[in-house]
Design a protein around this ligand. Structure first.
Ligand code: FEO
Length: 385
């Protein structure tokens, strides 16, 4: 059971049998849909949950309300993993007042028929008194949808941070926060670094004791650690010194070159060299590692006079997430007319502040003595970049 304070209750639910979160992300330890209830003279429900867990959530809400009625539903984010149960809640409690901003109320009818229900429109800095507790609303557009807002509860100094500071993984799972929060951040919010920076500026002006996100654990201690991670991530600065080697190999020869380059880098004293097989490994983790480290190596086979699709897919993901401010090296493979290097370069050149290390290494089908030497030289260049 998650404990927050005497009058602020956790009423979220875990989802451990979802196959893909948001239709694409593997979540080996599930996901939590967080939701909170503030009990005061008035009661406020802070977001609902995914429709996959409506019944369980409504049962938990009823239990915590102990026969009272919920006065307000604060909708901080309309994405269905949070607002998916608004319709069910309205059926159960038709007198509840929905609290959202102008954008919330313009988008809400896309999901539910809210004709005739009670609505309270709030804007930047609006407050809502519940009795001893006062909610202050701060707009956070594009963290991660346009209608997103966060709520600061002034008495107990709680920031209800919407998707911000969220992570993959159900709450009954003991696991490191950083790894799954980083994979969550870069894949889900990663494109929106500037809006996250804007939100961090607003947060810096608040005295925050507790952060209540919409996924993952409630954060109560060492908040500077989490704020610092978010500042690094949203400013696109590398978090760690290290190299990600991302490869896409048809018959295993490019994979061998990637493994060899890794060995060479390690023997040169490079401490962190992650490697990922883009055809088999988790794409979201490859994206996460690309952002985590300061250098990246792209190694791919040529294909159909272009690029082997798993690498093209990876580069499209990086481009969509506004990958930038990194150092990159290229290794291509081609048996008769290598084309992969040109395509990888085009992608990298279309991104901001990517320094490409020269020369690119071209493998002709298999790694030979001569390519081994070229890879060794590339390893040295990467090591000193
Ligand atoms: Fe957790 Fe953007 O929804």
């Amino acid at each position: 059971m998650v404990t927050i304070t005497d009058s602020v209750k956790y009423i979220g639910v875990d989802d451990k049998d979802i196959d893909l979160f948001e239709g694409q992300y593997v979540v080996p330890n599930g996901i939590s849909y967080n939701s909170y209830l503030i009990l005061d003279e008035k009661t406020a429900v802070m977001d609902t949950v995914d429709a996959r867990r409506s019944r369980e959530w409504l049962d938990g809400l009823r239990k915590e309300l102990g026969g009272r009625m919920p006065d307000y539903l604060v909708i901080s984010h309309l994405e269905p993993d949070h607002a998916g149960t608004v319709g069910e809640l309205l059926k159960a409690y038709p007198d509840i007042t929905l609290v959202g901003n102008a954008k919330t109320f313009s988008m809400l009818p896309n999901f539910f028929d809210v004709e005739g229900c009670k609505k309270l429109e709030v804007a930047e800095g609006s407050t809502l008194s519940l009795g001893k507790h006062t909610l202050r609303f701060l707009m956070a557009p594009m963290v991660h949808w346009p209608e997103v807002m966060v709520t600061y509860e002034e008495t107990e100094k709680i920031l209800f941070s919407a998707d911000g500071f969220g992570k993959f993984g159900a709450l009954d799972t003991e696991e490191d926060w950083t790894c799954e929060a980083r994979r969550y951040y870069f894949n889900i919010v990663g494109k929106y670094g500037a809006p996250v920076q804007a939100l961090l500026k607003k947060a810096a002006a608040l005295d925050i004791a507790v952060i209540c996100p919409l996924h993952g654990p409630v954060l109560k201690e060492d908040l500077g650690f989490y704020l610092d991670k978010y500042n690094t991530w949203s400013s696109y600065q590398p978090e760690d010194k290290g190299v990600l080697i991302a490869y896409a190999s048809i018959h295993g020869n490019t994979a061998k070159a990637a493994a060899l380059l890794r060995e060479q880098l390690l023997s040169l004293g490079e401490e962190k060299v992650a490697i990922t097989d883009l055809a088999r490994d988790d794409m979201a983790e490859a994206v996460e590692d690309a952002f985590r480290y300061d250098r990246i190596v792209l190694a791919a086979s040529s294909y159909d006079a272009g690029l082997f699709p798993p690498m093209e897919d990876f580069l499209m993901h990086l481009k969509a997430k506004t990958y930038q401010k990194r150092v990159a090296a290229i290794v291509e493979n081609g048996s008769w007319a290598p084309s992969a290097g040109r395509k990888m370069r085009e992608y990298l050149e279309s991104m901001k502040e990517i320094r490409i290390l020269e020369p690119m290494v071209t493998i002709r089908s298999t790694v030979k003595k001569e390519t081994e030497e070229q890879l060794r030289k590339l390893a040295e260049t990467i090591r000193h970049a």
